[in-house]
Write a protein that binds this ligand. Structure first.
Ligand code: SAH
Ligand code: DHB
Ligand code: MG
Length: 224
């Protein structure tokens, strides 16, 4: 397994070097987050680039992110919506939110990305009550126990043609254990059941390997 992980990492490094513009701003954001003690659980550069491509594929102008951390994925999303677009990103940890605001400011995205501090369930309730324009893409990447609630909120905040991405649904294969005592696994299994049963969504999930290990994500399209 260790050999495999080394290979995955080497291939990711090669792919990122070859295809992905992991520029100084992105590198600095990662470095600042790690220096501030944040866990290194941001998306890999090629995953960030993938999210940005998805935003462009749905011609996304408005993106909602659940789980900001240091704003690394937010930078990818913020660049993809363009200077007149908007990213609303929800974070419960004040330290994470502060680090993210600094990183977003340095990335020139202070006016594009809004970090909303508080439990995402509450922030989503407030957003729904405010009846904003629909979001074109929702990236769900926070506490996995609440993923079912985040999906329900995402369905109320999107439109036909919007995309919903749910991160970390494989977790080294742990997801296949129905008796898992890990609440993250149970949260993931619950949201996968909901996605599968939801007539408003057409969805799939893909496993990923790379610099962040073995994981995967759901991609869902809100149906017309
Ligand atoms: N999207 C980020 C990584 C997010 S890590 C990136 O790829 O760069 C998950 C984040 O979700 C952490 O910062 C954590 O503090 C936050 N989080 C955990 N529980 C939360 C909750 N209930 N509400 C909002 N954010 C939460
Ligand atoms: C964890 C959370 C994430 O969002 C992620 O991408 C990787 C790991 C975690 O909680 O360990
Ligand atoms: Mg994640």
């Amino acid at each position: 397994m260790d050999d495999l992980v080394q290979n995955w990492r080497a291939v990711d490094d090669y792919l990122v070097d070859t295809l992905v513009d992991d520029d100084d701003t992105l590198r600095q954001a990662r470095a600042a987050s790690h220096a501030a003690g944040l866990p290194p659980i941001e998306v890999a550069p090629n995953q960030g680039a993938f999210l940005a491509l998805l935003v462009r594929l749905v011609s996304g102008r408005r993106v909602l992110e659940v789980g900001t951390l240091g704003g690394y994925s937010t930078i990818w999303l913020g660049r993809a919506v363009g200077p007149t677009g908007r990213v609303v990103t929800l974070e419960v940890d004040p330290h994470h939110a502060e680090v993210a605001r600094g990183n977003l400011e340095r990335a020139g995205l202070g006016a594009v990305a809004q970090v909303v501090l508080g439990p995402a369930v509450d922030s989503l309730d407030a957003l729904i009550a405010a009846q904003p324009e629909p979001f074109d893409l929702v990236f769900i990447d926070a506490d996995k126990q609440n993923n079912a609630r985040y999906l329900a909120a995402a369905l109320r905040l999107t439109r036909p043609g919007s995309a919903i991405v749910i991160d970390n649904v494989v977790r080294r294969g742990a997801v296949v254990d129905p008796d898992s005592a890990d609440p993250d696994v149970q949260g993931t299994r619950a949201v996968l059941d909901l996605v599968g049963a939801e007539p408003r969504l057409t969805a799939t999930a893909l496993q990923t390997v790379g610099s962040k290990g073995w994981d995967g994500f759901v991609l869902a399209l809100v149906r017309a």
